[in-house]
Design a binder for this molecule. Structure first.
Ligand SMILES: [Zn+2]
Length: 168
């Protein structure tokens, strides 16, 4: 069985090196929709895989990207300095903030959050199955565990310029 919870954030970025000149040369934003898919091996005492109220840390993590500029750490230093000078909310990321990059990053971080939670109320082996990031109404990227082999980062590589993030 699979359960799915949807989250949203309004984010800004540039996707350097992508094929579209509009996307790689201009700061712009999207209304992101993030779907989190979770599996388990049994029902809890409430006949649920996991009560969605247990995903509060996941919600807070995703909301860290709301009205935040997602800055790829590979940007040139003068651009980084500009972003930090004129934005209060910056998330500096080890991956470029494409939908694929977000999906991989969110999978990794949400997986860490879930693995750090103690089971309650008879929960089974709750596991993250996939994270789907919709950048527009017509396109999304979905990451699952095996895709993490493509990237190498830790939670310490995600740096927020403000205090309300929930990782670490
Ligand atoms: Zn974009």
């Amino acid at each position: 069985m699979v359960i799915r919870k949807l989250f949203k954030f309004e984010g800004a970025h540039i996707v350097r090196r992508c094929s579209s000149e509009k996307c790689r040369e201009n700061i712009h934003g999207h209304s992101y929709v993030v779907e989190v898919f979770i599996t388990s091996d049994k029902l809890d005492n409430g006949f649920m895989l996991m009560d969605f109220c247990r995903l509060e840390r996941v919600k807070r993590f995703i909301e860290s990207f709301d009205h935040t500029y997602s800055l790829w750490r590979g940007e040139e230093e003068d651009f980084k300095a500009f972003i930090y000078k004129y934005n209060e909310r910056v998330a500096e990321l080890p991956v470029s903030p494409s939908a694929e990059g977000y999906a991989l990053l969110f999978f990794y971080a949400i997986d860490q959050i879930l693995q750090g939670m103690e089971p309650v109320n008879g929960e089974g082996h709750v596991q993250l199955q996939a994270v789907r990031v919709h950048e527009t109404a017509t396109g999304y990227a979905e990451a699952s565990r095996e895709d993490l082999a493509w990237v190498h980062f830790t939670l310490e590589d995600i740096k927020f310029s403000f205090k309300d993030d929930v990782i670490g």
